[in-house]
Write a protein that binds this ligand. Structure first.
Ligand code: ADP
Ligand code: ZN
Length: 529
């Protein structure tokens, strides 16, 4: 195809300078913007903070009509529109939060050709009145933000996004641009298929975020570990702490506040007004910490988030990458810190087992978790592992915990055999459910009530594991789970053998384990005060 006309390049650069006040495009922005400005379709995969918004805003400004932006981030539409209006861009939004007068005003502006950008909540796509409205005005383009929401297996699936293919059927001549920061091959393919973007130009930016230092530490007393991190490296700085449950969000926010770190909670169970206040305080104040469930963060554009901490294991590498990507959008050194332990694996497996959906769905969730566990247990560079996951390559980075303090490995075959044979014995007691605690008690030869009651002190493995401590045994169990050499099932977290376990027990398969470094060295790039 023809390279985009020079006229288009001149026009988009002029808008970049005059309207947005920037000197030059970043990365592939110029290619993307000229493609869409010239009427082509584009599928854009770019990490958070990469500059996706300009990719549809500028084409909308140079093409006749209004750019229609579909975004699930209803809570942020007002802010986005205000920011654009401050730049002199004629922007408006339609969603459920506004009254009918405000809605009619925006509709009229669109029909009269007096809008450059119209933000639309996905649930409006279901309404025939929306289609009729769009028919009465001129559409410059369709921008589909957070396009991974169309993926049925992803963690952000929005059923309304399935309606997006209807837009294309009704207005086939209008160019479309789909954007996301989620970039695995599978999601990429699914977006292209579901949105019928086979003929679109694909733009895949590098997913490396060199200024983010990735660290994953064994979980001991997580809130104390977190406090230590914040006090020694991020005093007075803004950050996000992710927890799995609302209860732990509240508890952790309180704990930080009690210890002199300004922190507010954020989760879906809080009153909408409290949530909005906490979010805007985080955006506007310096050095505030938000403790949140993953309900917080999509679309949050705060450049100086210095750290993202996870107190619980994320469900997938995609989620982890998106959440940690909220750190350091300004390019300054930032920390992505995760504390992870055996209980996380058990909890997550249980959640998957009890989740809705069919076997195929659960298998998928388990595969996502496996990839996350592999990242946690790797002895290689975390960044290389992350980039590989997104189908990109890289060199050992020198700015992650495994590069800075390479973990030693040790031959864990014998302990693995001991632990697995304990599980093997227990497996044979019908109707009983034994988890990690019981297995470790048996290995250590502890005469607990439960041990006596089930006569586990008569097992041949009883007391045969005193060479390791309780926490080391839990580490062995965690790594066996992560390596697929052990499984956990049922609501009691019952341990069970896998095909891999049989190879270890009966075929002499060796097991390499990661020796946890005592303490990860702090580094030149981490900011100390
Ligand atoms: P994303 O949506 O990909 O997370 P944004 O569109 O919010 O990223 O952009 C991230 C930040 O980078 C914003 O503050 C934006 O103004 C800025 N930005 C984007 N493109 C440029 C550019 N070409 N020059 C300078 N700053 C830019
Ligand atoms: Zn590294």
């Amino acid at each position: 195809t023809e390279p985009p006309a020079t006229a288009t390049r001149d026009a988009v650069t002029e808008v970049l300078n005059r309207v947005f006040g920037y000197d030059s495009f970043r990365g592939e922005q110029e290619e993307i913007i000229t493609t869409v400005a010239d009427g082509g379709d584009a599928l854009v995969l770019m990490p958070t903070g990469g500059g996706k918004s300009l990719c549809y805003q500028i084409p909308a400004l140079v093409r006749p009509g209004a750019g229609v932006v579909i975004s699930p981030l209803i809570a942020l539409m007002q802010d986005q529109v205000d920011a654009l209006r401050n730049l002199g861009v004629r922007a408006g939004f339609l969603n459920s939060t506004q009254d009918s007068m405000a809605r009619r005003e925006v509709e009229k502006a669109f029909v009269d050709g007096e809008l450059d950008l119209l933000y639309l909540a996905p649930e409006r796509l279901r309404l025939e009145s929306t289609a009729q409205l769009l028919d009465r005005g001129k559409i410059a383009l369709f921008a589909i933000d957070e396009a991974h929401c169309v993926s049925q297996w992803g963690h952000d699936f929005r059923p309304d996004y399935l309606e997006l293919s209807a837009l294309h059927e009704r207005w086939p001549e209008v160019p479309r641009i789909a954007l996301t920061a989620t970039a695995t091959k599978a999601t990429h393919t699914e977006i292209a298929q579901r949105l019928n973007l086979g003929a679109a130009k694909h733009f895949v930016a590098s997913f490396d975020r060199p200024n983010i230092q990735y660290r994953i530490v064994p979980k001991a007393s997580p809130t104390k570990q977190l406090l230590d991190l914040l006090r020694t490296e991020h005093r007075g700085e803004a950050g996000i702490v992710y927890c799995l449950s609302r209860a732990s969000v509240e508890k952790t926010a309180q704990f930080l506040s009690d210890n002199g770190i300004p922190a507010v909670p954020y989760h879906a169970g809080l009153d909408a007004r409290v949530r909005a206040t906490n979010q805007s305080r985080f955006l506007r104040e310096d050095g505030l910490v938000v403790v949140a469930t993953i309900a917080f963060g999509m679309g949050i554009d705060k450049p100086d988030v210095r750290f993202v901490a996870h107190l619980d294991l994320p469900k997938s590498v995609e989620g982890y990458y998106q959440e940690t990507g909220r750190a350091g959008r300004d390019g300054q050194p930032s920390t992505a810190w995760l504390a992870y332990g055996l209980t996380d694996v058990v909890t997550q497996r249980k959640l998957i087992e009890n989740s809705e959906g069919d076997t195929a769905h659960r298998r998928k969730l388990n595969r996502h978790l496996d990839a996350m566990l592999a990242l946690c247990e790797t002895v290689e560079c975390r960044r290389v592992q992350l980039l590989n996951y997104f189908g990109q390559s890289g060199k050992a980075c020198g700015n992650c915990d495994t590069c800075l303090t390479p973990p030693q490995t040790w031959d864990g075959t014998v302990p693995a055999q001991k632990l697995l044979s304990a599980v093997y014995r227990l497996d044979h007691e019908r109707g009983q459910h034994f988890g990690v605690v019981q297995v470790v008690d048996i290995l250590l030869g502890k005469q607990t009530e439960k041990v006596s009651q089930h006569r586990h002190d008569e097992l041949s493995v009883f007391g045969k594991g005193t060479e390791l401590t309780e926490s080391q045994w839990r580490g062995v169990a965690r790594q066996l789970l992560a390596q697929g050499l052990l499984d956990v099932t049922g609501e009691y977290g019952t341990l069970a053998l896998t095909d891999g376990s049989a190879e270890v027990l009966f075929k002499g398969r060796e097991v390499l384990m990661r020796r946890e470094p005592e303490k990860v060295a702090r580094t030149s790039t981490s900011r100390q005060s």
